[in-house]
Write a protein that binds this ligand. Sequence first.
Ligand code: CA
Length: 372
Amino acid sequence: MKIQKIETFQVVWDTVLGNRPQRSAFVRITAEDGTTGLGEVSPMSLGLPSLSLIVQDIAPKLTGISVFDHAVGLERELHRLIKLGPEGVLSAAIAGLDIAFWDLKGKLLGQPVYNLLGGAWRRRHKFYASVGNIDRRSIDDLVRFVLKRVETERPAAVKIRLDGDRTGQDVDIAGDIAKAKAVRKALGDGFMLGFDASNGYSVGGAMQVGRALEDLGYSWFEEPLQHYHLGRTGEVAQRLDITVSAGEQTYTLQGVAALIEAGVRMVQPDLVKMGGITGLMQCAALAQAHGVEFVPHQTQPTVGHLANLHVLSTVMHAAKPAELADKWERALCVFETPGAPRDGVFTLTEAPGLGLVINEQELERRRVAITA
Ligand code: CA
C-alpha cells in the first residue's frame, strides 16, 4: 500500500493566544486506496515552519513509498535534513508525519494504534488539570479557577504553572510559594499536586521553592531552570527530595538520555514536538531502562492528546495521570473524540487507528490549507 498524497493544514479556533486566534497544525496522509491518517505538529509559530517544511521538502520524498516503510522513510528524512538542526521545526514535522502514519496503518489493518504497539495495559486514563499563568493571577483568582476546574472536570491531580515570558528569573519567589500553599490548602492534603516553574528559577531559587514544595507535599517540580542548563537542572534534581521533571523542550532521544544522565528522575517528552508515537515509545523504553518516571508533556487537545493516550495505554508503569492543559474545550466543536472527559476519565475506544471522530463540516469551515 503506497502513499498517494500528503496535505498540511491549520484549524482556527475561537480562543485567543497572545493577540491572535489559536490554531492547531495538522498533516493528513492519504494511501492509494483513499484511506487517510491524521497527525499533528507542534503549534509553535502556528505550526507554519514545520508544515511548510513538510510541503516543500519531505512530502515529495515520501509520496510513493509503502505505508509500512514509515519509520525507515522518516528516519531517512530526519538525517537528510539534519543540518537544519535536528530539534524544533524538523523534529515536529517528523513527529506529525509519524502520528499520521500510525493512524493510517491502524485504519488499514483494522486495529487501534495501541494494539499495533503491543497492546493496552489500560484504556481508561485519568488526567491532571494543568493551570497556567499563575504569576499573573492573584491568590484568590487562582484558587477560584483551580476549584472550578476540579469541580467540573474531576482531574486526578492539578499542576500549577508559572508561564511568564521566560526572560525573568526568581521574579517573585515568596509569591510563588504563597500560591502553592493556597492551592494545597484549598484542595486538602492528599490531593496530587505538581508545580511547573516554566524555567523561571536560578539554582538557589529552585532550591528554596523546591524545599517549600516538599513541605507542602507536592508530587513533582517541573523545569525549575532554563532547559539549556542541563547540568544545573540535574544538580537541583539530585539535591532535592521532590521529583524534579523536565523534557518538554527536549527534541531527540539522545537529549532525553542526557536529561536522565544529569539526574532528572521524571521525563516529559512531547510527541507533537519530537518523534511522534514511534519516538515517544522509544522514550518510554529509555525511561524504563533507567528506572525514571515517564509522564509525557501534552497540551494539544485533539490528535496530540489522543496519540499520547495510545502510547500511555501501552506503558506498564504510569503512576501519574496524563496532562490536560487549559482551553482544551476549544476543540469540541470539531473533534467528537477525544471529546471531554467523563467522570474524570478519557477512555480509548476499539476503533481503528487513533479512533478520531471528526465533524468534517466544521473542520472544513475552520481549515486553512498550507501549500508552501
Ligand atoms: Ca511545563
